[in-house]
Design a protein around this ligand. Structure first.
Ligand SMILES: Cc1cc2nc3c(=O)[nH]c(=O)nc-3n(C[C@H](O)[C@H](O)[C@H](O)COP(=O)(O)OP(=O)(O)OC[C@H]3O[C@@H](n4cnc5c(N)ncnc54)[C@H](O)[C@@H]3O)c2cc1C
Length: 421
């Protein structure tokens, strides 16, 4: 028979988990690994229906890649996953070149961020999304965490714990975390509402080889009907993310590989010479989403379950990892103070911390999308000159580099640069 304990003022059975994380994507797996590690390890399970298979060294590079910031590198290190990510499939990028279609990528109108100028070895890493996820799930298991295969069906919130109905049985936990992506079932089950809007844009993602080397540089061109990025991959090829108005994207997706490559050459301004497709094209309709509240009693949302931003700044995974680190810190601190970490009052600290930061980043990204990708006439000219102006202003560049490196904003302990580094 299960015993009953009094923990932080709450009455719970010893069969009750501390935390059930619903969703083992990058955000959920990271929270699980951070909580399962260390002296104050919590009893955590991750509920995930589709655990990805391990990557074989001979596998072709996936088309879904993410730009991992330096702050995220530190969080992955704290979670025990960075050593599993590092290796021949990761490309550290040293520069970023952003230009407007009215300027030239190697001309005075382009905005260039160079890690060397900031005294850094690189600006971040381009990594397959699946590699980040599998490394975090493996680190979670190594730390004693348990993955339950299945999905959330329903949940019922009690005074001291939450009872969760899954496709594999019932689980009870003192806190349930929704890390189950943009269509979060946890968010709906708890009745947390979200505001969502359609960008009327589609992101086309594919891998290409280019005539010229990518120079370990992330290239991004803003056009009046979209944005095109070439992200450098470790094997010398590039991942393209082409976010285009739906009316532009539909024929691009329907075009033959040769015709698509010809359109890509026009849109890229041949910055890396001609391109050749080496993967299928994958498309994602782009929507923005913001949960009105990130927390309820005994429930918190992290990652895309709480917010979805436009991919043009490559921030989705980074924001999710920061949520995971901020929530883990909030829970550990609450336990240290003998507080009930599932109480809404405690969870509100996490919400206040992350919601304002995400709102700031989301608004900045949307402004870039409106002005740089969709401005016409005077707005477009302003955008063109704005990039050149930022390029000349050391202060503005430092601000943007700080953001790119993930060293500005209120960072959780796991994401902070060690003193003296
Ligand atoms: C085209 C494109 C390019 C992008 N590029 C970048 C980039 O360069 N850098 C970057 O940082 N971000 C990028 N992003 C965003 C990034 O991919 C997402 O923000 C990130 O995957 C969100 O992680 P997550 O863990 O919150 O959610 P997800 O990755 O969506 O994971 C959710 C998990 O929950 C599971 N799940 C779903 N429903 C249930 C259920 N009912 N029960 C249990 N489990 C469930 C799913 O199986 C999944 O594993 C890009 C996005 C797009 C569309």
């Amino acid at each position: 028979m299960a015993r009953v304990n009094l923990v932080g003022g709450a009455v719970v059975s010893d069969e009750t988990l501390d935390v059930l994380v619903v969703g083992g994507g990058p955000a959920g797996a990271c929270l699980g690994a951070l909580l399962a590690r260390g002296a104050d390890a919590k009893r955590v399970a991750v509920l995930e229906p589709r655990r990805p298979g391990a990557i074989n060294p001979s596998d072709l590079m996936d088309t879904r890649v993410v730009a991992v910031s330096r702050a995220s590198e530190r969080i992955l290190t704290a979670a025990g996953a960075w050593e599993k990510v590092q290796g021949p499939r990761v490309c550290a990028y040293e520069k970023m070149c952003v230009w407007h279609e009215r300027s030239a990528p190697r001309g005075p109108g382009a905005l260039v961020f160079d890690a060397a100028e900031a005294g850094e070895p690189n600006l971040g890493y381009i990594v397959e999304s699946r590699l980040v996820q599998t490394a975090l799930l493996d680190a979670f298991i190594e730390a004693g965490g348990r993955i339950r295969q299945g999905e959330l069906k329903s949940l019922s919130i009690g005074a001291d714990s939450v009872s969760v109905e899954t496709s594999g049985g019932t689980v009870s936990a003192r806190l349930v975390v929704g890390a189950d992506g943009a269509q979060s079932a946890v968010r709906s089950a708890v009745g947390l509402t979200a505001e969502s809007s359609d960008y009327r844009e589609t992101a086309i993602v594919a891998n290409v080889v280019t005539e010229r080397p990518h120079e370990k540089t992330a290239w991004q061109r803003f056009m009046h009907r979209g944005t095109l990025a070439f992200l450098p991959l470790a094997d010398g090829s590039s991942s393209i993310v082409w976010s285009a108005d739906d009316a532009v994207a539909a024929p691009l997706l329907a075009a033959s590989p040769g015709d698509f490559a010809a359109e890509l050459d026009r849109a890229s301004d041949l910055v890396l010479g001609k391109s050749r497709l080496i993967s299928a094209r994958v498309s994602f309709p782009l929507r923005r989403l913001t949960a009105h509240s990130y927390v309820a009693n005994r429930c918190a949302l992290i990652g895309d379950a709480a917010h979805v931003v436009h991919p043009l700044a490559g921030q989705g995974v980074n924001l999710g990892l920061l949520d995971a680190a901020a929530l883990a810190q909030t829970l550990v601190d609450a336990r240290g103070e003998q507080e009930d970490f599932g109480a809404q009052r405690v969870l509100r600290k996490y919400e206040r911390w992350r919601k304002s930061e995400v709102a700031f980043i989301g608004a900045a990204i949307d402004a870039f999308d409106r002005v740089l990708s969709h401005g016409s006439g005077p707005v477009s000219r302003l955008a063109q000159h704005g990039l050149a102006w930022v390029n000349r202003s050391q202060e503005m560049k430092r601000f943007f580099i700080g953001r790119a490196l993930g060293v500005s904003g209120e960072l959780p302990r796991a994401a902070r640069r060690p003193a003296g580094a």
